[in-house]
Design a protein around this ligand. Structure first.
Ligand SMILES: Cc1cc2nc3c(=O)[nH]c(=O)nc-3n(C[C@H](O)[C@H](O)[C@H](O)COP(=O)(O)OP(=O)(O)OC[C@H]3O[C@@H](n4cnc5c(N)ncnc54)[C@H](O)[C@@H]3O)c2cc1C
Length: 437
């Protein structure tokens, strides 16, 4: 496992845990929280909204845009409802993460700190910092962000295959996804820490709880309800492989990504449910293909850990400078869906209105950004980061690196022919008409 502060403690001293939710906003398949619950007498559940989410980054973009933020808050609201049924509430704070953690951990006699391992570069550094600054606090780290545990991988991360196909082959010949752990139904007694009231964030969006077709509702229950409809009500998983590239149809791909990204849904749980579908409905190429796509998610999850900060660099992991630059006017026209390429503009407007874009759409707008518009790919990735409900550091920056030709794509140039793609994916012009008005 990754990190551990092993602390010798007198067994009569009461123990107190702080669990920090990040991209794991759920009570099912909660490896780290389940383990923490077995080790402490008292528990605080924490979520932090970092001030930096609302301040323009080095690309001049606010990292968390309105749609993404609202989806996240709805997810926390839903988590808080579940927590209250277990006698807890989520302490939701707003401020600077390091300061808030230091303040909580230094003045509230916590003996344990629980957190789910996450492959993001910053996420790993956050946990390392807590471990370094608080050597007397036991770090309880659990893995459930990925399908596999790091120790089970058939390679060390430093030598993991750079290219997807050999990665997939090695994985498939050696291991199977981990089973999800049981949903938490009881928690240790709640502990309310001392914290400056200025830092408290009041949850009050009172979002809809009904997951209706065509909308993304935040939270674990909505995620389970959608997965259940997709698999057992609509029974469309059997044709996923043929339909997954559609631009704008709710049932043609799983639409699980926003829940996977916030952690309201565990990928291990998805695999378990797909297996049930295979046993009870049908097992075919399409059901395998859902696993295949989740292996792409897995691949980027581990690859980002191999390459660290290179994940965000202009020359990427190939150390090859792209022949592109940043033009603010061109960038804004792309963001606003005003490039003059109808299929690209339609996809970009769909993103602006809904916070979602299909995988095919993402490939087309990214290819256009880099090849036709000759823009610095990092600005495109930063815009996606701000807009996508399903933003995930590994999948977003990994796919952008790939399409910009500075990632791990063995093919030199992956430029999409926009005209041809329009003929294939929008043959009657309905998608463009819908979004271009
Ligand atoms: C430029 C670009 C940026 C992207 N940014 C993100 C992002 O920030 N977050 C994100 O979750 N996905 C991202 N993707 C991957 C993919 O587009 C989305 O996961 C997918 O469109 C989500 O819709 P779905 O759940 O219906 O996917 P489905 O087709 O139903 O796939 C099932 C699941 O497999 C995984 N998956 C599928 N394709 C990919 C892929 N290419 N890479 C990684 N995982 C994949 C996702 O978890 C997805 O939910 C990006 C792709 C591109 C080309």
């Amino acid at each position: 496992m990754l990190l551990d502060n092993h602390v010798i403690r007198d067994s009569t001293t009461p123990t107190r845990g702080l669990f920090w939710f990040r991209h794991d906003l759920r009570f099912h398949d909660q490896v780290a929280l389940s383990s923490l619950c077995q080790q402490v007498d008292e528990l605080t559940l924490l979520y932090i909204i970092d001030d930096s989410w609302f301040v323009p980054n080095s690309y001049g973009i606010q990292p968390v845009g309105e749609h993404r933020f609202n989806f996240l808050i709805d997810t926390i609201e839903a988590l808080n409802e579940k927590a209250s049924a277990l006698g807890h509430s989520i302490l939701t704070l707003k401020g600077q993460t390091p300061e808030l953690l230091v303040s909580l951990l230094s003045s509230n006699a916590y003996t344990h700190f629980g957190v789910t391992a996450h492959g993001g570069y910053n996420e790993r550094r956050e946990v390392e910092a807590v471990s370094r600054f608080f050597p007397n606090i036991e770090i309880v780290l659990g893995e459930s962000s990925s399908l596999f545990n790091q120790d089970d991988l058939p390679f060390n991360l430093e030598v993991m295959p750079d290219v997807f196909t050999p990665f997939k082959r090695k994985i498939e010949s050696a291991i199977k996804p981990c089973d999800p752990v049981a949903t938490l139904t009881a928690l240790p007694s709640p502990f309310t820490p001392y914290i400056d009231t200025k830092s408290r964030y009041t949850l009050n969006r009172c979002p809809s709880r009904n997951q209706a077709e065509g909308t993304f509702v935040g939270g674990e229950e909505a995620a389970h309800s959608h997965l259940n409809s997709y698999l057992f009500e609509w029974k469309v998983a059997a044709s996923y492989k043929e339909t997954r590239n559609a631009l704008d149809s709710w049932r043609d791909s799983t639409k699980l990504s926003p829940w996977l990204a916030t952690g309201a849904l565990s990928a291990r749980y998805v695999i378990q449910e797909v297996k049930k579908y295979e046993q009870n409905v049908v097992k075919n190429d399409s059901t395998y293909w859902i696993y295949f796509e989740l292996l792409w998610r897995e691949y980027f999850y581990w690859l980002q850990q191999k390459f660290g900060p290179k994940w965000f660099q202009f020359d990427g992991i190939k150390s090859k400078m792209p022949n592109t630059s940043h033009d603010p006017q061109v960038f804004v026209s792309w963001c606003n869906g005003q490039t003059g390429y109808p299929i690209v503009d339609a996809c970009m407007r769909q993103l602006a209105v809904t916070g979602y874009m299909s995988n095919r759409g993402r490939q087309l707008v990214a290819s256009c950004f880099v090849n036709e518009l000759r823009q610095d790919w990092r600005y495109g990735a930063a815009w996606f980061e701000s807009q996508l409900l399903d933003y995930d550091v590994a999948s977003n920056w990994g796919n952008w690196l790939y399409l910009a030709g500075v990632g791990t794509d063995p093919r030199e140039n992956r430029q999409f022919n926009l005209q041809k793609q329009t003929e294939i994916y929008d043959p009657n012009g309905e998608f463009c008409a819908k979004w271009l008005g």
